[in-house]
Design a protein around this ligand. Structure first.
Ligand code: NOJ
Length: 770
């Protein structure tokens, strides 16, 4: 076992990405394994090295740094000692090959647990998590993730590295796209739904995978929105905001947790005992296991937190980290530390036990191999495409619709221009986590529109100038990564593409302008300082609008973008995020009225990146923004968002009335019932999201101006009315007090609002008494 030079995490990502291109293959028959052992019996038979191997996740592709660290190839380590897990094995055939090494050749025949990032789909790619959160429809999200689970499990993956539940209040941070946005209540609902979708009632079922909630914790608060940068989060914000979705995932039975990359209050999350021991195990009673992020144990050296590999392994292990993802640091150093008496065998056993128990629970000893013969049928199930299409319809958010420009009536239109650098995009509709889908499976927006209107309407396409990152992504420098930059153009080529696009728009009855971010512009290592429509898109937008023809702006992106001009001058704006394989079909359904938009924003939409971080649930402060003589914290711009958290339009309209709180006064500890009537006041059926907000007027700490405490997506026929009921109990009314250093429900006066977004006006109140 050798030590090795410090490295950053990039080499691992780079090599991991090589795995993306290998297509899934089908050929071998199922082989059945042993019957399930008892975890403690198994443990009693294991050598120290075999135990440490169970604490190691090995890369499923060649990583020179790992080999250098451990002194042998990952496969040889499996033969010699076994392995806890292997990640990113690209095909089912390869998974079975690795599994045969573990089961047939290792001394104790302990099967491998195979892990992969199945974030919003395996083969069928659903809308990105921020899009699914925009549906405010946890049942739909659960259904989508259960399809993902079934596909992945059939392919031999038993463990997904999701859901990502990091609260993101700063749209500069590239990974906002992977989570549910800024709010702990909505974030908790989405965390729960995803865990249930992946795991079902019990992840031992053959069509489920074990979930891994990540990145524990505080990654979304990176300084300046810069990915991997340090987070400084006071304890009250940790408990009240950042930790809440993790707690929801733990309560939903999540089997594993992934530690984050960044420093949290100067202690890297992967070496942070407060997080992994005090919070996760002591306060929440979590019984599963914690894996590091990729290479993060070794990165403790890079952070300047650990002196060397030996120190890194010791610090991560002592902090409560069970499994080292792919850095080989545990494999290189832990056994020696036991022999030196620095770590006890009892501690090692306690760390290994939940990993063995997981393998037993997953049925891996009985069924270690994937049935390659079943794969095609499961991956190509037609109902999965329909679920994906419905997910798109329910996720898009209509931001603007002047004079009811949408929906388009295809019987009244003779020609449509579909214009913009993402109009014909396929892999860019998937975002960063679409590696396991197959080429040709994704329907572009152009194709979706063509299929929708048929031959009756002329559809002309113009791409416009290409868009690119200014600084390339390290993901893109790897051959065969399925997401790419658009090629560089000369000024002349860009000018011509621009002119063609404007001319195409000029000749059409209506233009659908598809703009935003290619997949490489959002996600890991994809933070940005400006949220402007990049690469000349803004100029193209303004030129197309100047043609005087009606324009619909369809946004494809992973975060809110700066669209202030569009918000005043473009007829309609539809936010579609990264909609996945069925993007083109689902968006065409919305554009032509076969489905009605009902998504609502899971983030406050900034006017400018200079406003960030921006979130609706801030405290009132000395000078609230609703004061008549002080309306902005800036003198050059409003400090309010362009669109508030929770906002979204429909093709119909809704009115709210009759907000009732069951008691004007109730005792601390009791529950109150709140009801509100919602009516569809328009002329067609549609969905809205009824949202309930509260505010505690005084207490041991200042409380946010508003906090979401209930929501329900409802469908109403034209003219229909429904009463929606919510419960406000101790769970909703409590907060972690920085003064009392614990959870409290305080006897105070509370406001309640109900409506369609976080600026809802319909108001009620109640008082809690001691
Ligand atoms: C790094 C990412 O931060 C994490 O989200 C992912 O699960 C791992 N790599 C494994 O791919």
């Amino acid at each position: 076992m050798k030590s090795c030079r410090p490295r950053d995490g990039r080499s691992l990502f780079a090599i991991r990405s090589l795995a993306f291109f290998v297509v899934i293959q089908i050929c071998s028959l199922p082989l059945w394994g042993q019957s399930s052992p008892n975890a403690r019996d198994l443990l009693s038979k294991m050598t120290l090295e075999e135990k440490v191997a169970q604490l190691s996740q090995l890369p499923g592709f060649p990583v020179p740094d790992f080999i250098q660290q451990v002194g042998m190839k990952p496969e040889d380590m499996v033969r010699k000692y076994g392995a806890g897990s292997v990640l990113w094995v690209p095909t089912t055939k390869e998974i079975n090959r690795w599994q045969h090494i573990a089961v047939d050749e290792s001394r104790l025949h302990i099967p491998i647990l195979f892990g992969l990032d199945v974030i919003h789909g395996y083969h069928t790619i659903f809308p990105a998590p921020i899009a699914m959160a925009s549906s405010w429809d946890p049942k739909m999200v659960e259904g989508a993730q259960s399809v993902a689970a079934k596909e992945a499990r059939t392919a031999g993956i038993q463990w997904t590295f999701g859901p990502m539940v990091d609260i993101a209040r700063d749209a500069r941070w590239g990974r906002m796209v992977e989570g549910a946005g800024e709010d702990p209540y909505l974030g908790s609902a989405m965390a729960r739904a995803q865990v249930l979708g992946f795991q079902g009632a019990d992840f031992s079922a053959p069509d489920r995978v074990m979930a891994c909630v990540k990145h524990f914790a505080g990654y979304g608060a990176a300084d300046g929105g810069r990915d991997y940068d340090s987070s400084y989060i006071p304890e009250e914000a940790m408990w009240n905001v950042y930790l809440r979705p993790f707690k929801a995932a733990v309560d939903a039975g999540v089997g594993s947790v992934m530690s984050a990359y960044m420093d949290l209050n100067d202690v890297p999350a992967t070496g942070n005992r407060w997080l992994m021991h005090d919070v996760l195990r002591e306060a929440w009673g979590f019984k599963g296991f914690v894996v590091s992020d990729a290479s993060a144990v070794h990165s403790l050296i890079v952070h300047g937190y650990a002196r060397d590999g030996d120190d890194a392994a010791y610090k991560a292990f002592s902090a409560g980290l069970n499994m080292d993802m792919a850095s080989g640091t545990y494999a290189a150093f832990l056994a020696a530390q036991v022999k030196q008496g620095r770590i006890s065998m009892k501690e090692i056993d306690a760390a290994v036990l939940p990993i063995l128990e997981t393998k037993i629970r997953l049925g891996l000893f009985e069924h270690p191999y994937a049935d390659e013969g079943k794969l095609e049928q499961v991956l190509n199930a037609p109902e999965s495409l329909q679920i994906a299409r419905t997910a798109v319809q329910r996720s898009v958010v209509l931001l603007r619709n002047e004079k009811n420009l949408l929906p388009l009536d295809k019987t009244q239109i003779k020609s449509i221009a579909v214009v913009g650098p993402l109009a014909d995009a396929e892999s860019d509709l998937l975002g960063m986590w679409g590696a396991m889908t197959r080429p040709g499976k994704t329907v572009s927006i152009l194709q979706g529109i063509r299929d929708k209107v048929g031959d009756a309407v002329k559809v002309e396409f113009a791409h416009g100038p290409n868009i690119r990152r200014d600084i390339p992504s390290f993901f893109e420098n790897i051959p065969f990564v399925p997401i790419k930059e658009q090629p560089k153009q000369t000024e002349e080529e860009a000018r011509k593409a621009f002119d063609d696009a404007v001319a195409t728009a000029k000749n059409a009855d209506v233009t659908v302008l598809v703009m935003g971010e290619i997949a490489l512009m959002s996600g890991e290592a994809a933070s940005r300082s400006s949220l402007k429509l990049s690469g000349g898109q803004e100029a193209l937008l303004e030129a197309v609008v100047a043609t005087g023809r009606p324009v619909i702006l369809v946004l494809v992106n992973g975060r809110p973008l700066e669209i202030n001009w569009a918000a005043e001058h473009v007829g309609a704006i539809l936010e579609t995020w990264y909609p996945g394989n069925q993007g083109g079909n689902g968006i065409a359904d919305i554009l032509f009225g076969d489905a009605t938009p009902g998504g609502h924003l899971p983030v406050s939409w900034p006017r400018s990146s200079a406003q960030l971080p921006l979130y609706y649930n801030h405290t009132r402060t000395h000078a609230p923004e609703d004061a008549p003589n002080f309306t902005s914290r800036y003198w050059d711009i409003s400090s309010k968002p362009l669109y508030p958290f929770g906002y979204g339009l429909s093709y119909t309209s809704f009115a709210f009335d009759n907000l009732k709180v069951s008691q004007a006064e109730a005792k601390v500890g009791s529950s109150l019932q709140v009801s509100v009537d919602v009516a569809n006041t328009g002329s067609r059926a549609g969905d809205t999201v009824v949202q309930l907000y509260i505010h505690q007027r005084a207490g041991s700490a200042s409380r946010p101006v508003r906090e979401l405490k209930g929501f329900q997506r409802v469908n109403l026929a034209a003219g229909a009315k429904q009463t929606i009921h919510f419960t406000l109990g101790p769970e909703e009314l409590q907060f972690w007090s920085p003064v009392k250093k614990t959870w409290v429900v305080e006897p105070e006066q509370f406001d309640v609002w109900a409506g369609e977004d976080s600026t809802a006006k319909l108001h009620g109140e109640f008082h809690l008494t001691p």
